[in-house]
Design a protein around this ligand. Sequence first.
Ligand code: MG
Ligand code: MG
Length: 629
Amino acid sequence: MKTSIATVCIAGDLREKLAAIAAAGFDGIEIFEQDFITFDASPREVGAMVRDHGLEISLFQPFRDFEGLPEPERARAFDRMERKFDLMQELGTDLVLVCSSVHPKALGGIDRMAGDFRALGERAAKRGLRVGYEALAWGKHVWDHRDAWEVVRRADHPNIGLIVDSFHTLGRKIDPDSIRSIPGDKIFFVQLADAPMIEMDLLYWSRHFRNMPGEGDLDVTAFTRAVAATGYNGHFSLEVFNDQFRGGSPRAIALDGHRSLVYLLDQVKRAEPDIAVEVPEIPPRIRAEGFAFVEFAASEEEAQGLRTLLTSLGFHLAGKHIAKQVEVWQQGEIRIVVNTDPEGFAYTAHIAHGLNICDVGLTVESAQATVERAEALGATPFRQPVGPGELEIPAIRGVGSGLLHFIDRTSNLADVWEIEFEPVAGNDDTGAGLTRIDHIAQTMNYEEMLTWSLFYISLFETQKMATVDVVDPGGLVRSQAIESPDGAIRVTLNGAETHRTFAGRFIADSFGSSVQHVAFATDDIFATADALQANGFAMLPVPENYYDDLAARLGLEPDVVARLRAANILYDEDAQGAYYQIYSRAFGDGIFFEIVQRAARYGGYGAPNAPFRIAAQRRLMPATGIPRR
Ligand code: MG
Ligand code: MG
């Protein structure tokens, strides 16, 4: 498989773009004219620079308003093209993209257009160059790849072919399977982009909102399957116009782009095993079975506060590490690791971020396969020295500052708690009825949200849910859930647009995006509330107004509201079921715990309750036993 990306997708000058594109693992680039017009080097030098980065120029683009013109515009278009042919030869590329005309004088007429391309094919052939024709979704006469193909078919010239672009086909809601009837050798190039489903002007949507395959709502997989089924075996190239990406980090965006292509082509090959495209064999998307642990990096003073908080939540100290200052606290299937060791990753993470969740463990079928797939998708493996008697647990760096460790049952990794930890006697699991981790919530800058969702979706068998706006008194926070089909893992991504929000302040204060809250599940929220009260757990108080509003909003019976009010429980419901929430006060730089009960098949995360929670946490921010830095 050959991967490529248009230089216009990412930020920076040409040199920065090339470095980022090469580092991400692409084979080629689509070079945009603007990118080297503004660059201070000759086309020949630019071509050499591209090749020095180990890249090829797979396409030169765009050439606009070529076909179907009357004279004298027609002759001028051919002259203009001859000059571009000169340029292409100096750059060292043989393929140019001609997009369907939007010229006001373009006459249309399929045979006229085909005739123009046949004549152009003759000129291109003399120089050993090729021309690809692309239907723009807003073209004047041609806006459908089926019509562009008919022009190419009638042009009937070996140097004239078709270029298909997933955005133009899927954005126009054209059935991508119509590509299957086109001969693969007449498709010269394939451009890929996704986009969120927003009803707006096609041109504006295309120029500002495209994103990487898998990041949006278009069925880019169905499109790419159809292309591959034709026998096409050329470049799969990203052409993504996105305001956010153009302002983002070139390396991060290039990495996301490459990840999106590896993910996409892996999905395509599984669905269409007979295609000619050679796709590296990697393990399929990983089914995560649950959260194995959540690890805090803490100072001894912070750990003291954390122990008190965990105890009040019904956790007990279950084990102490054989060699390190690491404890594991347990309740039900939940394990919270508290790491105060003066060495290793947690220690470094603590120096950088203060008290933070530096590591999340996931239970998977094969830890080895998980790391293998993650590495193929461009993730960075993580290793640190392993002491005598300790296990080497496979791990990668997450998208933010933290780690992900993988524990499986096929090896002895699941026994790590017995192998590396001394049990602590006399601490029975009386608990408060907390059974497992329902979800973890990660907070990041809004611009990073797509990176995070692509990371999870491409690695794990998960799906992304609709984005929800969470109203914070300081601004808006976008929240998107990533879930496995059976709900075994749920991660909410919270993108903060401003540092005035509670989530935004967390990122600023803790110097980086990471897990801000962990939600524990209970099967009986009222019994848990009673147990927590008896344990002296400092619940987040819920204002009286909340319950008055709740009663009015959802039409709840007075006795139900009274029970919720007495126990400080927040409530939400959807068509499938109900949701009960209890929150802790915030600690550290704004970390907190949540306790939830999902009744029936409630699918959300209590977004309508977030403003009340945030307001209360802001008021009580410093009021826990855990010091802020
Ligand atoms: Mg295109
Ligand atoms: Mg939550």
